[in-house]
Design a protein around this ligand. Structure first.
Ligand code: PMT
Length: 397
């Protein structure tokens, strides 16, 4: 971790969820990173953790009550001192109150007075998280400038499986550090990134796939999140883990990818389609495992929808970036895709070239723009190419 927290004063709000115990480690990590941490516990949080624990970890006073302080408006002092506020875990109740501006305890009152960045890490039961009212509250807070760290997925304390877990303390602190220290040039922009390959199932045990690992697209999603964008990553088949701070939707087939991308498209500012999309699917997927019969097996394939072409036809103000994976005639084929799919630019890579294409940590590419301009990206880490691509997207936005 870099020194993003050195001499920074962080207000850490903890609300009443089972994940409140993780906030102790968040506080400890912030302290180790050089921050001065003011902890505010809600009444609910005190059912799970005590002020004493935080006090011991930080060697500082911990705040719980708006009313008991002597002779000073403690909420105003905490708000004015804070370089940033983090609320982790944030319950559905806290999120609803924050959205409405209800100020009925020290934490909500302090947050109303804060003028510096506020980061909120929701954690709750999956049904509560996915409830449209909670989602609406989160969207509204985002619109007003709050940074929402999407919850992790997995088995929750209540036994449910899904989204709602508080991310690990190290990830929370990294996310907060990015907010404090990064150039948030994409703040307020919604960017859809697609990554990895889609597959064409043959029967319950087999499929036709491709070599994409998702590395290229995941690097783009991570970089966009670092720059403060609201990132939706639609990922095909990959072993990579969901990047922090990115809403990740997992899909298998091209049709699933199409549905996921279209559902997010209307209010998106840009789409970057680095996924290797299966162009064909089986005319009929066998419902049982196909048994060996004879020396030959013929499979009938039918065309899949071209997702990017459809986005190009439906676009309003969105910036559209495609990739072209070619093995020959790179520039000619990439130019054709650029025009046919109505893109702003295309990232052409020759997947036969050493150090480029599938599975490598590096890539070699040429960015070709609709006005004919070209940018050569010689061999470099995919994370570096992601920066070049996003610099160009930013210029177009
Ligand atoms: O994932 P990695 O292992 O890191 O590898 C990276 C990569 C090689 C997959 C990546 O750099 C890359 O080239 N991605 C594009 C792969 C591809 O499908 O290219 P294409 O030339 O077939 O398609 C052109 C564009 O149309 C792509 O943006 C693709 O996402 C899109 N498309 C294609 C077909 C289809 N039915 N729908 C689409 O949206």
């Amino acid at each position: 971790m870099s020194g993003g927290f050195k001499e920074k004063r962080i207000l850490l709000g903890v609300t009443g969820g089972i994940a409140a115990y993780k906030a102790i480690e968040v506080a400890s990590r912030l302290k180790k990173a050089g921050a001065l941490v003011d902890v505010v516990l809600t009444k609910g949080a005190e059912n799970f953790v005590t002020p004493l624990t935080f006090g011991e970890v930080l060697g500082r006073k911990v705040y719980t009550n708006l009313w008991n302080e002597e002779s000073e408006p403690i909420h105003i002092r905490l708000a004015e001192n804070a370089d940033m506020a983090i609320v982790a875990p944030a319950t559905a109740n806290f999120i609803a109150k924050a959205r409405l501006g209800i100020a009925d305890d020290l934490l909500t009152t302090t947050l109303l007075a804060i003028r510096t960045p506020i980061m909120i890490a929701p954690a709750m039961n999956t049904n509560m998280y996915e409830n449209p009212i909670t989602q609406k509250n989160i969207e509204e807070l985002k619109k007003r400038g709050a940074y929402i760290m999407p919850p992790a997925e997995g088995v929750l304390a209540c036994g449910a499986i899904g989204a709602g877990r508080l991310p690990e303390p190290v990830d929370i602190v990294n996310f907060a550090e990015n907010i404090l220290s990064q150039n948030l040039s994409l703040k307020g922009k919604k960017i859809i990134v697609t990554a990895a390959g889609t597959i064409a199932p043959i029967d319950p045990v087999r499929f036709i796939g491709n070599h994409s690992t998702g590395k290229m697209g995941f690097e783009i999603a991570k970089e966009a999140a670092k720059r403060g964008a609201d990132v939706v990553l639609v990922a095909g088949v990959t072993h990579l883990k969901n990047p922090d701070g990115v809403k990740t939707i997992r899909v298998n087939t091209t049709e699933e990818m199409r549905a996921a991308v279209l559902a997010e498209y209307d209010d998106a500012d840009a789409v970057i389609k680095s996924a290797a999309v299966a162009d064909y699917r089986l005319a009929e997927v066998a419902t049982e495992k196909i048994k060996k019969q004879g020396d030959e097996l013929t499979l009938k394939l039918v065309r899949n929808p071209d997702i990017l072409k459809e986005l190009g036809e439906k676009r309003k103000n969105q910036i559209l970036v495609g990739f072209a994976a070619e093995t020959n005639n790179l520039v000619e084929y990439a130019n054709k895709k650029l025009r046919e799919k109505n893109l702003d630019f295309i990232v052409a890579n020759n997947v036969k070239e050493e150090g480029a294409g599938f599975g490598t940590d590096t890539n070699i590419a040429k960015l070709i723009f609709k006005d004919g301009r070209e940018i050569d990206a010689p061999i470099m880490q995919k994370s570096e190419l992601a920066k070049i691509i996003l610099d160009e997207v930013e210029k177009l936005l």
